[in-house]
Design a binder for this molecule. Structure first.
Ligand SMILES: NC(=O)c1ccc[n+]([C@@H]2O[C@H](COP(=O)([O-])OP(=O)(O)OC[C@H]3O[C@@H](n4cnc5c(N)ncnc54)[C@H](OP(=O)(O)O)[C@@H]3O)[C@@H](O)[C@H]2O)c1
Length: 323
């Protein structure tokens, strides 16, 4: 059998980068077409050096342009990046363009769609400002409702909190020592509130398994996480490893939102979006742990990294000093 051509959107980033690198390890099975807006950037050139075909495309160019990029694809790993535009309208338009183009791709056998769940449905209408979840769930519904044949070959993957967020946003997920040498962390969570977590570098393993499982995960939604963890416990584990004094603070929603505005420079609307996503777990528990979703951690043969293993692999102290 000749190798399958897999289009990877977001190939220069965290999710897509993991998918591209994993598939490129099996050139007898996969040809990787990596999508980027800038093929000259180092992350794109690194992929080219290990065998990826680079294709320049912007998701905002619309369905026609994307259909040309998808031509001949047997599978597509698709995502939208809310944070690049911070606009729900833009994210939904990009997602719909991907879906319209995928539906036109006659060679397509599998779409893997990176999503988040519908926050209104999960919260019974209580949390209405989590735009970066809602937009993706609108696109999921669009596939389901507009393109039944495409839906029948779609696997939706719900992504969780990445372990790696503490490397990309050390100010938010780690901390600097205060005058007493104590490392402080603030979240709008009780110390016992858990969120689903995964190493985002395991995305490729999941996607390859899904692509090699025939129709098993067609029209299914996978909750992709390995451990449900409290940020307070993650901080405590860091403290223990490096022998640091740590303190976890529970802020109320308003206090946390203001912190995101002042410390992280978020607009009030984006700070509310971010805060409400955390409140989802505070108010409604681990909403990913539902029989509605295939639980990635229960998929046979899929070995996902734990937080302890992540701590062994990464020198977080260096990031805390940098933050
Ligand atoms: N961080 C978390 O804990 C978390 C959890 C769940 C879900 N998510 C979701 O993950 C998504 C981001 O994925 P990521 O973490 O892999 O992102 P990332 O590491 O920041 O990389 C973003 C990728 O998207 C590509 N991209 C952005 N805008 C594009 C456009 N207009 N056209 C073509 N490509 C575009 C970039 O490609 P080029 O720059 O090379 O063009 C890059 O490869 C967000 O929507 C976020 O909501 C994040």
């Amino acid at each position: 059998m000749s190798p399958r051509t897999v289009v990877v959107i977001g190939a220069t980033g965290s999710q897509g980068g993991s998918v591209a690198r994993e598939l490129l390890k099996s050139p007898h099975l996969y040809r990787v077409r990596a999508i980027t807006r800038d093929p000259s950037k180092p992350a794109a050139q690194e992929l080219a050096a290990i065998g990826a075909e680079l294709r320049c495309a912007d998701l905002s160019e619309g369905a026609e342009a994307l259909a040309a990029v998808f031509a001949g694809a047997n599978a597509i790993f698709a995502l939208t990046d809310f944070w690049a535009t911070q606009s729900s309208e833009a994210e939904i338009a990009q997602g719909r363009a991907i879906v319209d183009a995928a539906a036109r791709t006659s060679t397509l056998q599998h779409l893997v769609w990176s999503a988040l769940p519908d926050p209104e449905k999960l919260s019974g209408g209580a949390l209405l400002h989590i735009h970066h979840w809602k937009g993706k769930s609108i696109v999921t519904d669009y596939i389901h409702q507009q393109y039944p044949a495409l839906w029948a070959m779609t696997t939706t993957v719900l992504f969780p909190n990445y372990f790696e967020n503490c490397l990309t946003h050390p100010d938010r997920y780690l901390s600097k020592p205060d005058a007493q040498g104590v490392y402080n962390m603030s979240f709008p969570h009780s110390p016992h509130t858990v969120m689903p977590n995964v190493s985002i570098r395991d995305t490729g393993k999941l996607v390859q398994l899904v692509l090699e499982s025939g129709t098993t995960y067609f029209a299914k939604t996978i909750a992709f996480y390995n451990q449900a963890l409290a940020e307070a416990d993650k901080l405590a584990a860091i403290g223990e490893k490096y022998n640091l004094r740590t303190k976890y603070h529970t802020l109320n929603a308003d206090e946390f939102q203001r912190l995101l505005e002042t410390r992280d420079g978020m607009s009030p609307e984006i700070a509310l979006d971010f805060t409400e996503q955390l409140l989802m777990f505070e108010k409604f528990g681990n909403v990913y742990d539902s029989p509605e979703f295939v639980q990635a951690k229960e998929i046979p043969g899929l070995k996902l990294q734990t937080w302890v293993e992540f701590l062994e692999e990464n020198n977080l102290l260096a990031y805390m000093k940098r933050s």
